[in-house]
Structures are given as structure tokens and as C-alpha cells.
Design a protein around this ligand. Structure first.
Ligand SMILES: *Cc1c(COP(=O)(O)O)cnc(C)c1O
Length: 354
């Protein structure tokens, strides 16, 4: 830290992204990316001349992208805001709806929520997940804070059905409820339709996981036109050209290519079920996942040791130090071939322990 760094931020603990080592080629199952390339039409539109226009700013109103998202959900485009990754729209939302107030979120969830809260000086409280790592909606009933949850939940993959989300939103009608649906396309039902009826619900999604565009950095939020206008006030006070040209057209095409999206998400879901069964046979336990990862543990070996042994065998998974899940590893669902290799390596490691 230089002597110039803000005192106010001196205690800041930044988010730690999953590692991206370059020392060898790993089977990369640690950051919940898609194993599949972007939609061919997303690549084609970048190559069709958009790059020649990079001397010009991108459209600050993100018109083509907002329209593609609005068409997908059958809503008007003034209820959509696109962002530079969903992390950015989460930052806008925290500023718009929690600054000067407080936040509440689960004790085990996406690591960025507390990081943003600390960066923006927003006090927060955490609410414990139950023993099955599921959110108890009742626990948020009398909470006098802006609520943010991920559904399916980050790190655990556990899912709340839509009627539970509706209960959560209805019981907090005087506070904004942010539902981060980064993993919703792997078998869950989106709360976007509820935004027609609840003016306090903001749904956040990303192109990074189910739409194969993590490197393009595109996310978005859907809510009432008023909530979206609030987020635009923050966006235009921070970074009006937040979505770059190439990412904007690529994401719009990815949204339109429903067939490719459905095919990729179907494969991930199938491979997840294959992986869960195989882990079960190896005596692993895990909460039921509705996401593109599984949080699993095995009594014979600690999470940290398993992570290290897998890494030495060329497979990267995530080991998180949060106290409640430190015995676990988080395994991103890759291609079928990658997961077969992963299961083979795990089997070897368990054999070697004997
Ligand atoms: C991956 C993830 C994000 C971040 O997505 P980007 O769009 O890549 O910024 C947000 N929330 C959750 C819960 C995630 O897992």
C-alpha cells in the first residue's frame, strides 16, 4: 500500500478470482466458465466489420443488446440495463439501493457481495443458510435492509423455486430485493416474469456462464422501468459507455441464438448429473446443484488436500476458505470428456490414500 492510499479503504479485502495459472495446461474446472465456445453467430458478428468501428464509442443506450434481451423475455426494453459483466450492474444496484442503508445476504454466497459493500461503505449482515445450504426465506422477513441473494446460490448450487422467491419479494415490499441469477439457466426458473408485478424486484443475469461469453464481460438487470432508470442514473454517473462495441453485438447475437444456448445448457445439465452420480459412487456428498458446478466433499480427504492433489494431476477446481465449506471443493461442470478425466483423477487419488 502506498502512503497515498485512502485510510477509509485501508482495510479493504479485494475479491480473489479463481487462479488462471500458465505453468501447464490444466483441465479448468475452477471459475464456472462454459467449456463450449460462444455461439457461432456471436463470433460472426464480431468478424463482420464491427472491429473496424472501434474508433467510435459504443452506443451508451446499448440499444441492440437491450432489445435482444427484452425480446427474449417478452418485455419492453426500458426494463433492461446491460453492463460490463454482471458484477458492474450489481455495483450499480448496491449504490442505487443500499448506499446510506444496509444490505443482507446469506453467510455462504458470492464473494463479491461483501467486497462491494466494504468498497462502498455499506454496512451488511449475513443470514445463515440452513443445514442443507438452502436459503430460508422466513429469515429475511423482518430484515430492515436491501436484500441480495443468488439463485441458484453461488458456491452451494442450491436453488429456491419461484414461489419461494415470490414470498421473499412480497414480504419485503418496501425494500429492493436483488436476485442474482448467474446460474438460473441450468435448470431453474427465472424470476424475470415477477418483475411485471413487483416494483421492488431486480433480477441480475450474466452472459458469462450459460451464454459462453465470460471473456466478453456482459451482464444485465431486469426490473420495473423505474428501478432501471435509477440504475441508469448511477451508470451515467460512472461509465456511460460501459459495454464495448464487440461485446455488445456478440451478446445480442448470443441472446438471439436460442438453439445453441439450449443445446449448450442441456449438455451441461446432463454432464452435471453424470458427475453427481459418479461422485456419489465414490462416497462424496454434495447439496443438490441446479447450477454449472457441484460443491462436494469426501470424508477421506480434506478439501484443501484434494484441491492440491487434483492440481498436481492437472485438474483445477476451487477450494474456498469460507469456514462452512472449507471441507469441500467446488467443481465446475466442463465437457463430458473433461469430467470423465476429473473422475478418473479423483479415483486415482482415493486409491493412493489406501
Ligand atoms: C459469476 C458470477 C457473477 C459474475 O458474473 P460476471 O457477469 O462475469 O461479472 C455474478 N454473480 C454470481 C453469483 C456469479 O457466480
Amino acid at each position: 500500500m502506498s502512503r497515498f492510499f485512502s485510510d477509509k479503504l485501508s482495510a479493504l479485502e479485494p475479491y480473489t478470482p479463481g487462479e488462471q495459472p500458465r505453468d501447464m495446461v490444466y483441465i479448468k474446472l475452477n471459475t464456472n466458465e462454459s467449456p463450449y465456445p460462444p455461439s457461432p453467430s456471436a463470433i460472426a458478428v464480431i468478424e463482420s466489420g464491427e472491429a473496424d468501428l472501434l474508433n467510435l464509442y459504443s452506443d451508451p443506450t446499448s440499444r441492440v443488446l437491450h432489445q435482444a434481451i427484452a425480446d427474449y423475455y417478452g418485455i419492453s426494453s426500458d426494463r433492461v440495463i446491460a453492463s460490463n459483466g454482471s458484477d458492474e450492474v450489481l455495483a450499480f444496484a448496491f449504490n442505487a439501493f443500499a448506499s446510506g442503508k444496509s444490505l443482507a445476504f446469506p453467510d455462504v454466497t458470492y464473494g463479491f457481495y461483501p467486497v462491494f459493500a466494504n468498497l462502498f461503505g455499506i454496512p451488511y449482515k449475513t443470514v445463515a443458510l440452513d443445514d442443507t445450504f438452502t436459503i430460508r426465506v422466513e429469515d429475511y422477513a423482518d430484515i430492515d435492509s436491501t436484500v441480495v441473494i443468488a439463485n441458484p446460490n453461488a458456491q452451494t448450487g442450491t436453488y429456491l423455486p419461484l414461489y419461494k422467491i415470490e414470498e421473499l419479494v412480497a414480504q419485503n415490499c418496501d425494500r429492493v430485493v436483488i436476485v442474482d441469477e448467474a446460474y438460473i439457466d441450468f435448470g431453474g426458473e427465472s424470476a424475470v416474469p415477477l418483475t411485471d408485478r413487483y416494483d421492488n424486484l431486480l433480477v441480475v443475469q450474466t452472459f458469462s456462464k450459460s451464454r459462453n461469453l465470460a471473456g466478453a464481460r456482459v451482464g444485465f438487470a431486469v426490473g420495473s422501468a423505474d428501478l432501471i432508470a435509477d440504475l441508469n442514473r448511477v451508470k451515467y454517473s460512472f461509465n456511460p459507455y460501459n459495454v464495448n462495441r464487440l461485446s455488445m453485438v456478440a451478446a445480442a447475437e448470443a441472446m438471439k441464438d436460442r438453439q445453441y444456448f439450449t443445446e449448450c445448457t442441456r449438455k451441461i445439465i446432463e454432464t452435471r448429473e453424470y458427475t453427481a452420480d459418479a461422485l456419489n459412487k465414490l462416497d462424496f456428498t454434495y447439496p443438490v446443484s441446479m447450477s454449472n458446478f457441484i460443491l462436494a466433499r469426501c470424508d477421506q480427504i480434506s478439501g484443501k488436500e484434494l484441491y492440491q492433489k487434483l492440481k498436481s494431476k492437472g485438474v483445477l477446481v476451487r477450494h474456498l476458505s469460507d469456514e462452512r465449506i472449507t471441507d469441500y471443493i467446488r467443481i465446475t461442470i466442463g465437457s463430458k470428456e473433461q469430467m470423465e478425466m476429473f473422475i478418473q483423477k479423483i479415483t486415482e487419488i482415493l486409491e493412493e490414500l489406501k
